[in-house]
Design a protein around this ligand. Structure first.
Ligand code: NAI
Length: 250
C-alpha cells in the first residue's frame, strides 16, 4: 500500500482522471476527500470507495472560490485529522482562439485551472504539518501548445511553472510539488470536446496519426502516474513535469 494511513484531497474527483485517482488512492490506503462542483458525482465517487471498504468523504465545492478551497482543506483535517496529499486536478477547457474566446470565458478558464491551484495550495500547505506531496494537473498542451484552445494552453503552462515555483518555496518544509501532464485521455471532457468538434469519438480515439501508440490514454493510466508522484517512490522528485501521453510529445 503506497498511501497507507495518508489523507488525500482530490479536486475534480467526480469524473474522469480525478475519479480514477481518488479510487486508486483509496485502494492504496489513503482516506480521500473527493471535492467537486458536481455534488452528485462527488457523492457517488465517495460512495464507491466506501462500498469497497475504503475511506472517503465528498465535498461540493468550486475550486475557483477561496472560501470553498478553505472548506475542502478543513474537511480533510476535521474528518481525518491530517493532510498529506493534494491532487489539484479540477479543470475545464474552452475550444476557441484569440478571436473566438470572450473575456468572461478567458477569466473563467484561468480561475478554474490556475487560481484554484494557488488557492488550494495556500490552504493545504499549512495543514501539511509533517510534509506532503502536491500533484498539479498540467497538460501536454501546457508544454507544447495546441490549436484553438488559447486560454487552456495559457492556463496549463501557468500550472507547470507554478509547480516549479511552489516546489522551490516549500521544499524545506518537506513538501514535494510536481505536475502530471496527460495527453488525450478518454474521459467525459475529451468526449465532449470530440462532440463539439463534430468528430465521431471512435475516429477521434483511433486516430493513430497523432498518437504514436495508436490510442488515447485511460484515466487509470494517468492515476497510476499521479500515485507515483504522490507516494514515497518519488521521494527525491520535486518541481518536475511528468508527461503521460503515449509518446505524443516525442
Ligand atoms: P472531466 O471533465 O471528466 O473531469 C473534471 C472534473 O472537474 C469534473 O468532475 C468537473 O465537475 C470538475 N470541475 C470542473 N470545474 C470545477 C470547479 N470550478 N470546481 C470543482 N470542480 C470542478 O475531465 P478530465 O479529462 O478528467 O480532466 C481532469 C484534468 O485533466 C483537467 O485539469 C484537465 O484539463 C486535465 N487534462 C485532461 C486531458 C484529457 O484528454 N482528458 C488531457 C490533459 C489534461
Amino acid at each position: 500500500m503506497k498511501l497507507k494511513d495518508k489523507v488525500a484531497i482530490v479536486t475534480g474527483g467526480a469524473s474522469g482522471i480525478g475519479r480514477a485517482t481518488a479510487i486508486l488512492f483509496a485502494r492504496e490506503g489513503a482516506a480521500v476527500v473527493v471535492a467537486d462542483i458536481d455534488a452528485a458525482g462527488a457523492a457517488s465517487a465517495a460512495e464507491e470507495i466506501v462500498a469497497s471498504g475504503g475511506r472517503a468523504v465528498p465535498v461540493t465545492a468550486d475550486v475557483s472560490d477561496d472560501d470553498d478551497c478553505a472548506r475542502i482543506v478543513a474537511t480533510a483535517t476535521d474528518t481525518f485529522g491530517h493532510l498529506h496529499v493534494l491532487f489539484n486536478n479540477a479543470g475545464i477547457i474552452r475550444r476557441a482562439d484569440a478571436l473566438g474566446i470572450t473575456v468572461a470565458e478567458w477569466d473563467l478558464v484561468m480561475a478554474v485551472n490556475v487560481r484554484s491551484v494557488f488557492l488550494m495550495c495556500r490552504h493545504a500547505i499549512p495543514a501539511m504539518t509533517s510534509g506532503g506531496a502536491i500533484v498539479n494537473t498540467g497538460s501536454g498542451w501546457g508544454l507544447k501548445g495546441g490549436g484553438n484552445a488559447l486560454s487552456y494552453c495559457a492556463s496549463k503552462a501557468a500550472v507547470v511553472n507554478m509547480t516549479r515555483a511552489l516546489a522551490i518555496d516549500h521544499a524545506k518544509a518537506g513538501i514535494r510539488v510536481n505536475s502530471v501532464n496527460p495527453g488525450d485521455t478518454d474521459t467525459p471532457m475529451l468526449r465532449e470536446e470530440a462532440r463539439q468538434l463534430s468528430e465521431k469519438w471512435t475516429a477521434f480515439a483511433a486516430d493513430a496519426a497523432d498518437r504514436p501508440m495508436g490510442r488515447a490514454g485511460s484515466p487509470d493510466e494517468i492515476a497510476r502516474a499521479v500515485l507515483f508522484l504522490a507516494s514515497e517512490d518519488a521521494s527525491y522528485i520535486t518541481g518536475s513535469a511528468l508527461v503521460v501521453d503515449g509518446g505524443g510529445l516525442a
